[in-house]
Design a protein around this ligand. Structure first.
Ligand code: ADP
Ligand code: MG
Length: 238
């Protein structure tokens, strides 16, 4: 599904260069649920942005669902992103003046689906997140946990190949966080491929595969289990 080999991403300002990702390697198969942990500033969001085609990379190769991403033009990248990627952000990123239906509808309109197809997708996505009755509400009329479930519905309505979540429960209290995690697990059980950045060790433990990003490089905790202690010590002193 996702294959990154030796990816590098360097941010340059007048005075400094930050190697946000260096020699970054990750393969994720269809149907996996991967939790990404690591200290603040280690490159987790940069990785998700590159994976989600929101950001370019400077070196290495990246294949998404069989498509070699390198050299694609901006419009080709947006098309690929809209088709294959569903994003879930910490801050939901719903449009406050649009009701729930229109929030989910917007990216579908952009892709040119018929009104009938859009309605089918929106109703099915709202059903999946358990909020079918709320399509006329404004985001501000919902709790944080409900707003995040709407953001998940918006991602699902695109029928993506892969869901990318950047600290999806970071703004939620523990009860709502648990509901959102349960939803992500259900979606994974139903076949969704998910990559989730999290700070929460319990959440990471609840997921089959854990990888850790430290200084822009990845350690696969499931494959290199003996390195766990070393990686954790590094994380604590970073
Ligand atoms: P994390 O999500 O793990 O906290 P990030 O991926 O956001 O880390 O950042 C990794 C490193 O890259 C940090 O040192 C950060 O300051 C730097 N960085 C991220 N985005 C930019 C940017 N747009 N411009 C310059 N530096 C950036
Ligand atoms: Mg981040």
């Amino acid at each position: 599904m996702l294959n990154m080999q030796s990816i590098s991403r360097v941010f340059k300002t007048d005075t400094i260069q930050t190697h946000a990702l260096r020699d970054f390697n990750l393969k994720v198969n269809s149907g996996e649920f991967v939790a990404v942990t690591g200290p603040s500033g280690s490159g987790k969001s940069t990785f998700l942005n590159v994976a989600g085609l929101l950001d370019a990379f400077d070196g290495g190769s990246y294949e998404l669902d069989g498509v070699n991403v390198k050299g694609l033009k901006d419009d080709e990248l947006s098309r690929l992103r809209n088709e294959k990627i569903g994003f879930i952000f910490q801050s939901y990123n719903l449009i406050p003046d649009f009701n729930i239906f229109d929030n989910i509808d917007m990216p579908l309109r952009y892709r040119g689906f018929s009104a009938k197809e859009r309605k089918r997708r929106i109703e099915s996505a709202l059903e999946q997140v358990g909020l079918a009755s709320r399509h006329k509400y404004l985001p501000s009329q919902l709790s944080g946990g409900q707003q995040q479930r709407i953001a998940i519905a918006r991602a699902l309505a695109g029928e993506p190949k892969i869901l990318l979540a950047d600290e999806p429960t970071g703004n939620l209290d523990s009860l709502m966080a648990r509901q959102v995690m349960e939803l992500l697990h259900t979606l994974n059980d139903q076949g969704s491929t998910i990559i989730m950045v999290t700070h929460d060790p319990d959440q990471a433990r609840s997921v089959k595969r854990n990888v850790q990003v430290i200084d822009g490089q990845i350690t696969d905790m499931s494959i290199y289990a003996p390195l766990n202690d070393v990686a954790l010590n590094k994380a604590q002193t970073a």
